[in-house]
Design a protein around this ligand. Sequence first.
Ligand code: ADP
Ligand code: ADP
Ligand code: MG
Length: 455
Amino acid sequence: MLKNKILIANRGEIAVRIIRAAKELGIETVAIYSKADADSLHVKLADQAICIGENSSTDSYLNMNRVLSAAISSGCNAIHPGYGFLSENAEFVEMVESCQIKFVGPSSKSIEQIGDKSSARMIAKENHVPIVEGSDGLVLSVEDGLKVAKKIGYPVMIKASSGGGGRGISIVRSDEEFKNAFSRTSLEALSNFGDGSLYIEKFIESPRHIEIQVIGDEEGNYVHLFERDCSMQRRNQKMIEEAPSPVLNDILRRKMGQTALKLAKAINYVNAGTVEFLVDAKQNFYFIEMNTRIQVEHPITEMITGVDLVKEQIRVAYGKTLSFKQRDLKIKGHAIECRINAENPLKNFMPTPGRIDNVLFPGGFGVRVDTHIYPGYNVPPFYDSMLAKLIVYAPTRLEAIKKMRVALEQFVVEGIDTNIEYQYLIMYNPEFIKGVYDTGFIQRFHLLVEEKNNE
Ligand code: ADP
Ligand code: ADP
Ligand code: MG
């Protein structure tokens, strides 16, 4: 039998994370990289590395033919897509399937059904999963959109059906704003995701973002791995995540877990996925989207359950049975993740690429750093600004917060600006410490920081 060999169709920390998991499983790894990433850590750590093109993602990590050619020419029998890039691209997954290569993720059919956010809403509705009030499917014109907005009442959100990473979302509070935002959001989505189609949702005031990690295998076994609370967001993108959520009780936890599994089963979903919900002040929950891939914040779930999600993803892709059952899983302790970004929070979170002259990572009991950076590494301006994920794990939430403070204090990055200090300040914020925050937290916190800064 041929040896298993995986191509990692990504870069940065997630490429490194996947290489480690594959190596632990005794599987050979092939990295791909753009010219700008020639000195990147994933290139050094993989057994083999193939340059697939120029700096821009369209000429490299998003170029389906080149990624696939690299897999075929190096003899890989599987591709792990990581997150972002081609991970939720049904066309790419179909190409992979037709080459008899295993895709470490769901089928192209599942992605087509549930990866599109507007169609996912309809599938959720058909399966009695509560959704946010909004349009039935896509909204094709401003006139149609205005009708929906009138029916559900302002404020509403105009959202790109192919959107991700918090982009392609606008809040509007009047017909006037709606008219302006509609075409702007569509154009923005078209240039970012190659698809300008839009749908509408009622804007939920001060919700929490709570998501459920699920995984299924080819035999129809399904398990959920509890929740992650990702309400700490800047510009609708997560910055700090924690598990378990400080506001969920066991009854709601079980209900949300079962609802997420109901949706996964309804579409015969295989591999890891995340069902995202908004939870309002009255603890009603509403489905917003399903991410059909590994998520950035998966490590906090790994810490509280003891399950290596990436290894499990790979096992399932090779046709193995899930190595655990629902009854084997229990939440133990508390985990927090801070996304360390090359950005300046005080300059509107502007990206700060450049040379990292020196870096010192925190460590010790319960501290984990998932990263691709090292002293002398040059952060290219072409991709995501995330440099590292700092994850802490402790028996209780308060101990985890204290551990995170120490870890952030000891995380030194010299040469470029980062959001480390900003997150350090959040760890001392009374609202955060109490755990009663919502998705508007950072916006409020930001005003305080700016005020202090101007004094
Ligand atoms: P997660 O959903 O894993 O919590 P993000 O929303 O921050 O995290 O997305 C992770 C990465 O994937 C980011 O770099 C983001 O830009 C990218 N991404 C997410 N969704 C899409 C999409 N639909 N199209 C392109 N890139 C995406
Ligand atoms: P993405 O694909 O970019 O991850 P999501 O649909 O998951 O987009 O939404 C990202 C974030 O935007 C949510 O976590 C939430 O903070 C905010 N958001 C999205 N939809 C709504 C809504 N209907 N009401 C209030 N906030 C929302
Ligand atoms: Mg989302």
